[in-house]
Design a binder for this molecule. Structure first.
Ligand code: PRP
Length: 215
């Protein structure tokens, strides 16, 4: 039997995913050592491998088949636009992709004029404004603390993730439009899906049962 390899977006999502996997008998003791600098972990008995990657790289590993399975946020999946199957919604890390800004930026969205949009997600922002709203905008790519942009005058609005809404609130910004709901998804490499169909669909089925019970 060959190894089935998982790429997990490191951080809370990976820990929660391992928690669910544990409930279906898939454990990886090696991974629990917080001081370890190891990047890849093996469960010899089940012939499974796990590695932690930066969230934005997970779709890349899965598309190229370096990982058979990935667990990553829908925001990253949409932004990266990789070829792979999205097999199910883990219902973890639920949040929304939104257009946000100061309340008075609403008029710019309604007028359809060319505005600046700051975001960590240029593809999602472009797709939303060009293909859905048919509005020409200038997209400015940032790497974090996106809420700063409209405050300091870099852009009129932002496209960003809103979870509790407190970052917006504390900075005097509001949600102006909702683009889509987000949550963590399991993704599978296209070839692995064919070659390891039984193992993967078994695993997905068991995980779904555990998640349904947790609801
Ligand atoms: C994310 C997002 C918002 C914030 C939303 O940022 O970009 O800034 O969380 O959460 P809230 O609605 O619960 O306040 P993150 O903390 O990932 O850091 P970043 O600013 O580097 O993107």
């Amino acid at each position: 039997m060959r190894y089935l390899t998982f790429a997990l977006a490191k951080g809370r999502l990976a820990r929660q995913t391992m928690g669910y996997l544990e409930q279906i008998g898939i454990t990886c003791e090696e991974m629990k050592d917080k001081d370890s600098r190891r990047l890849i972990f093996v469960n010899e008995d089940l012939k499974l491998r796990f590695f932690l990657a930066k969230a934005t790289d997970v779709p890349t590993y899965v598309e190229y088949g370096a990982a058979d399975i990935g667990v990553v946020g829908k925001d990253t999946i949409m932004e990266e636009g990789r070829r792979m199957y999205e097999v199910f919604d883990l219902n973890l890390g639920k949040c929304r992709m939104c257009v946000a800004g100061p309340e008075d930026a609403r008029k710019h969205l309604e007028s359809g004029e060319i505005i600046r949009v700051a975001t960590k997600y240029p593809h999602i922002a472009k797709d939303y404004f060009y293909n859905k709203k048919h509005q020409t905008v200038e997209i400015i790519k940032l790497n974090g603390s996106i809420e700063l942009a409209p405050i300091v005058g870099l852009s009129e609005v932002i496209v960003d993730i809103v979870e509790t809404g407190s970052t917006l609130k504390e900075n005097g910004l509001v949600v102006l439009e909702e683009i889509c709901p987000l949550s963590a998804r399991m993704v599978v490499n296209e070839v692995s899906m064919k070659m390891e169909h039984e193992r993967i669909s078994n695993l997905v089925k068991k995980l779904k049962d555990v998640l349904d019970m947790a609801k």
